[in-house]
Design a protein around this ligand. Structure first.
Ligand code: ADP
Length: 495
């Protein structure tokens, strides 16, 4: 056997979204990149997703490889490749659960689908079947890697089997736990033993997330700092006690940045540019100002925000200080969707300051790329941030970010202090408290650095562009974690 094949494992990677087939946020980015990067490290990986209508409508060869009869219903397993890769994707096709228009998690009214518990419980049953090689596919994974609450019941279900693969559960955001009423627990016909605070019960409710946190052999999250933070009451969302209890099994690995986030090759940009030739960024700024209806000005700093418009992202802090930011002077571009009152608040300010504030409500992948390239400074004042991708994209695009010192933001951005500017390690501006006046100070600090053009700005941009956030690097860490999980899992006792 060749040396590099020695540690090849069969990995079943389970997620509720994966770019480019379906994406609502960072989980989609990770699940589109990490399995492919693991395959690049000679691992035998299958990605399993629900067969949403949006996926079924896409181009690509799809074949039915199995029919499975699960406790909650029948499903077909379809196989296709993840576009742009050789990675096999298995789609759990249960039309009553997944063949419907729109978002994977909510209807057009913005409310969660009323049958989310049933939908994702069925998905978890399918993951468990595939993991136990019960679908007749002659493929038995060594390890199942589950991601976020939608896959949380799978480690719990697998724990009922003696000869099961090892399980890893990754927390991408502890705030979304998949909580449902007690009646749902009984409707799902789960084993009685699971109705306990030591299993799936969370203060009288059914918690899908706890299925992963209690039953997986190992748990990880998407940055080392967030792995520590979630063990505290401030960030633990009521689960910090459990996470402290399992701290010996808990670690953090930073996400990577996908290859398509590269300013030198990005087809969405007005002009490509790179670390060595950063001047093309000016053309992107001009094009972006034009696109967003902002006056062309090379000198005024253009700040940008991209993301979900929810309290987590600190959008309320930004709304509070926008009238101050525009006085600096500065322009600010927003791309996002989320809670209606934030959307309306931003749109009102854009009407009040049409020369300085531009707001695009919606989800627009190509525009996100053009904003990363055209903006001078990126805004990411999240109250908490498990990893965060946009600050890493902006570092790659020479757009120094302003970030709150939490989670992955703390792990990826080096604050500009006299010392770090001097020794060339600074990559952005970091502030310490989720407070609008503290954020405003950080914005002033960043625009001052930008405006003085005192020789520090370009090195700051370039130092950010030099950071290695390749998925290969993160995938290597995951592989180490898989090895550790496999070695710790006790072999099944002989029957
Ligand atoms: P989260 O997963 O909490 O939403 P992340 O920063 O980890 O935040 O990832 C968000 C991902 O979704 C990034 O790839 C970001 O560019 C993208 N994104 C968020 N909102 C939008 C939007 N309105 N349009 C385009 N891309 C968006």
């Amino acid at each position: 056997m060749p040396e590099n094949k020695k540690n090849s494992h069969k990995i079943l990677f389970a997620s509720s979204e994966a770019y480019p087939l379906i994406k609502t946020g960072g989980l989609g980015d990770v699940s589109g990149s990490l399995p492919a990067a693991l395959k690049g490290l000679q691992q035998d990986v299958r990605l399993v997703l629900p067969a949403y209508r949006e996926i079924l409508e896409q181009k690509g060869k799809v074949k039915t490889i199995a029919q499975i009869s699960l406790p909650l219903g029948r499903a077909r397993v379809l196989e296709r490749l993840l576009p742009g890769t050789r990675l096999k994707v298995w789609l759990v096709d249960c039309p009553s659960c997944f063949d419907r228009p729109g978002n994977p998690y909510q209807g057009s009214n913005g409310l969660p689908w009323p049958d989310n518990a049933e939908r994702f419980a069925l998905f978890c049953q399918a993951i468990s079947y595939l993991a136990l090689n019960q679908a007749g596919l002659d493929w038995q994974p060594d390890l199942v890697h589950c991601n976020d609450w939608q896959t949380g019941l799978a480690p719990a279900l697998l724990s009922l089997h003696k000869t099961r693969p090892a399980t890893l559960f990754t927390i991408h955001n502890l705030a979304y736990q998949g909580l449902f009423p007690e009646t749902t627990f009984f409707a799902l016909d789960l084993p009685w033993s699971f109705w306990s605070p030591h299993a799936l019960e969370f203060y009288g409710k059914l918690s899908f997330m706890k299925g992963g946190l209690v039953f997986a052999d190992r748990i990880n999250t998407v940055s080392p700092t967030y792995a520590e933070e979630i063990q505290t009451p401030e960030f633990g969302c009521g689960l910090d006690g459990l996470l402290r209890h399992r701290r010996n099994k808990l670690s953090g690995i930073l996400n990577g940045v996908d290859k398509n986030w590269n300013p030198a090759r990005d087809p969405a940009l007005a002009k490509n540019y790179s670390l060595r030739d950063i001047n093309g960024k000016q053309d992107n700024k001009k094009a972006l100002q034009q696109e967003l209806g902002l006056p062309n000005s090379g000198k005024v700093a253009l700040l940008a925000f991209i993301g979900r418009l929810v309290e987590q992202k600190g959008i309320d802090l930004l709304l509070e200080i926008l009238p101050e930011i525009v006085k600096l002077p500065a322009q600010v571009a927003f791309l996002g969707s989320g809670e209606k009152h934030y959307e309306q608040g931003l749109q009102q300010l854009a009407q009040r300051y049409p020369e300085q504030i531009a707001v695009q409500v919606g989800f627009d992948e190509a525009l996100a790329h053009r904003i990363e390239a055209g903006a001078d400074i990126f805004l990411m004042p999240s109250r908490f941030e498990p990893c965060g991708l946009n600050q890493m994209y902006s570092l790659h695009y020479g757009t120094p970010p302003i970030v709150h010192r939490v989670g992955g933001l703390a792990d990826t951005v080096v604050d500009s202090t006299p010392a770090t500017l001097q020794n060339g390690t600074a990559t952005g501006v970091v502030f310490d408290r989720a407070d609008s006046s503290v954020l405003l100070e950080a914005v002033k600090r960043a625009t001052l650095l930008y405006g003085q053009q005192n020789g520090y700005w370009k090195p700051l941009q370039q130092q950010g562009m030099r950071q290695d956030f390749s998925w290969k690097r993160s995938a290597e860490r995951y592989l180490e974690l898989y090895e550790q999980t496999l070695s710790e899992k006790a072999p099944p006792s002989p029957t």
